[in-house]
Write a protein that binds this ligand. Structure first.
Ligand code: BG6
Length: 519
């Protein structure tokens, strides 16, 4: 029998890699979709150019659309050219990359499609030396996650690590369920086939450089941690603001809304990183245990008092960057009487030794005045207000000491403090010490998908959500979801596009004598 020559990633030659993935094939379900074009393929190509893909590697895209390998390669080339902005397509490199790219049309409901896929993966394994190891990336509608994994198992393509032989990993996109019951059901379907450590639930916020820096800031420096508790922290604010509206995602967003789309996953993951205890090591489960513990300590929300701690809003018409924009209900695909919230704000407590009685305020909304995500830790005031009459202006209200971790854009960290204005009198001004990634480091930051794909290739699940985290966060939000779904609950409060959400969001903090930070 003639042996097919094994094709190795030629860009890896001569590079010393800190992190090398094992040989494997990456199978992308939904390869014709938006996520593959905008995020996945540009990220995989960027990994390739940096020599970070395994020596023995190939990609098999699949979806219902009929395409040849060459048509798929051409489509991906255009996508990387369009969306991979900081890693332009260079002809010679692309040719080498494209030699690892394949496509096979298939129907996820047909067992025959999976049998054909098994045959194709067998050939590719021989040609690229991937040793039968596979990562299946599910970039499909969520209703297909469990059926695809069941079909993979039936075709002998997915099996438990414990059974030995080539390994299988499955990457699952969000949303992971739409409430506690559906998330539990999905977890148990996946666990029928796979061990938990083979399941990589993507939360792309965890792949952002600045988000990973939260743990470094807290646990590689000795000066912040002694202050990081109820004795010194007055409260914590987390803001995620987007100027964009629903865009072309109404079909998905109408079913989701801000609470499911942003708070259940991204925002609660940020909370867990800010509030967690130091992990005993950097092992995936050591970190995920600590993050899960934070979520377990969230004080349960009282079903009868939801409006005291949760606010929802929906954008109406308004102005963004000088242009007039339609309201949510006028967007394509949105029901005229839609009650879907495009803004949600929450107040809650973490009932543990470190955080008892420290309020956490979290808000996320679309069509707000700026696109920004930040975490602001507000420290308590000085115990004795020696300089109170000497404040220089109205902006010097509240505490001077706020540590702001700006997740995006203009990523960085700032620490605010009080200073004396120069002059013969003692007048105080709040100033800030700033660190900005862009000026401090002259290197590009990898995209979140690059980082997460690389982690999956190397078998590191620390930055992925574990089943218990997902279930606890749904459980925590259940009273709000139930209350908002009541026919008698009314709808979300309107806010004009280009403003900071409904008035009730300000009232949430005003009731405690606080205000959202001016951003
Ligand atoms: C996605 C949400 O998970 O995150 C979108 O579905 C949202 O609605 C997006 O716009 C925000 O991500 P980023 O990285 O742009 O802040």
């Amino acid at each position: 029998m003639t042996q097919t020559p094994v094709i190795e990633n030629p860009l890896r030659e001569g590079l010393t890699m800190e992190r090398a993935g094992e040989p494997c094939a990456l199978v992308i379900f939904g390869a014709h979709g938006d996520l593959t074009k905008r995020k996945l393929m540009p990220a995989i190509y960027a990994l390739f150019v940096q020599g970070l893909l395994p020596h023995n590697f190939c990609i098999l895209g699949t979806s219902r659309t009929k395409l040849s390998d060459d048509q798929f390669r051409q489509m991906m080339k255009e996508s990387v050219g369009k969306f991979g902005t900081d890693m332009p397509v260079e002809e010679e490199k692309w040719e080498r990359f494209a030699a690892c790219l394949y496509y096979q049309a298939g129907d996820t409901a047909s067992a025959e499609s999976f049998t054909r896929m098994a045959g194709r993966l067998g050939e590719l394994s021989e040609r690229h030396g991937t040793r039968g190891n596979s990562i299946f990336y599910l970039s499909t509608p969520p209703s297909l996650y469990a059926p695809i994994v069941a079909q993979l198992a039936a075709a002998g393509l997915a099996k438990r690590d414990a059974d030995g032989g080539p390994w299988t990993r499955v990457v699952v996109e969000k949303p992971f369920g739409r409430d506690l019951a559906s998330a539990r059901a999905l977890n148990s379907e996946l666990h029928r086939v796979l061990e938990e450590r083979q399941i990589y639930r993507i939360d792309h916020y965890l792949g952002k450089e600045t988000v990973q820096n939260i743990m470094v800031l807290r646990f590689a420096n000795a000066i912040f941690e002694p202050l990081w508790n109820r004795h010194f922290v007055d409260h914590v604010q987390i803001t995620n603001a987007e100027t964009l509206g629903v865009e072309n995602r109404a079909a998905y967003y109408e079913e989701a809304g801000a609470l499911r789309d942003m708070i259940q996953n991204h925002m609660l993951q940020l909370v867990s990183l800010v509030a967690m205890e130091p992990p005993i090591s950097l092992e995936a489960d050591a970190i995920r245990d600590e993050r899960a513990k934070v979520l377990r300590c969230l004080r349960p929300l009282e079903a009868g008092r939801v409006s005291d701690f949760a606010v929802r809003g929906q954008y109406g018409p308004g102005w963004i960057a000088g242009a007039s924009v339609p309201g949510y209900r006028q967007e394509k695909g949105v029901a005229g009487g839609s009650h879907t919230e495009t803004f949600a704000a929450l107040k809650f407590y973490i009932d543990n030794w470190r955080w008892a009685d420290v309020p956490f305020y979290v808000r996320s909304g679309k069509r707000l005045p700026r696109s920004i995500t930040e975490i602001a830790v507000h420290f308590r005031r000085a115990p004795h207000r020696l300089f109170l009459p000497a404040l220089a202006g109205p902006s010097e209200s509240g505490t001077p000491n706020v540590l702001v971790m700006q997740i995006q854009p203009d990523e960085g960290i700032s620490l605010k403090f009080a200073t004396k204005l120069p002059g013969p009198t003692t007048q105080l001004r709040w100033l800030s010490m700033d660190f900005r990634y862009s000026t401090a480091f002259g290197v590009r930051s990898p995209s979140a998908y690059e980082r997460l794909l690389l982690d999956c290739l190397t078998g590191d699940a620390s930055l992925f959500a574990r089943s218990d985290q997902v279930e606890i966060s749904w459980e925590f939000l259940a009273p709000i979801l139930e209350s908002w779904a009541q026919p008698t609950a009314g709808g979300p409060e309107d806010y004009a596009s280009g403003t900071w959400g409904p008035g009730a969001s300000d009232d949430l903090l005003a009731a405690d004598g606080r205000a959202w930070r001016l951003i």
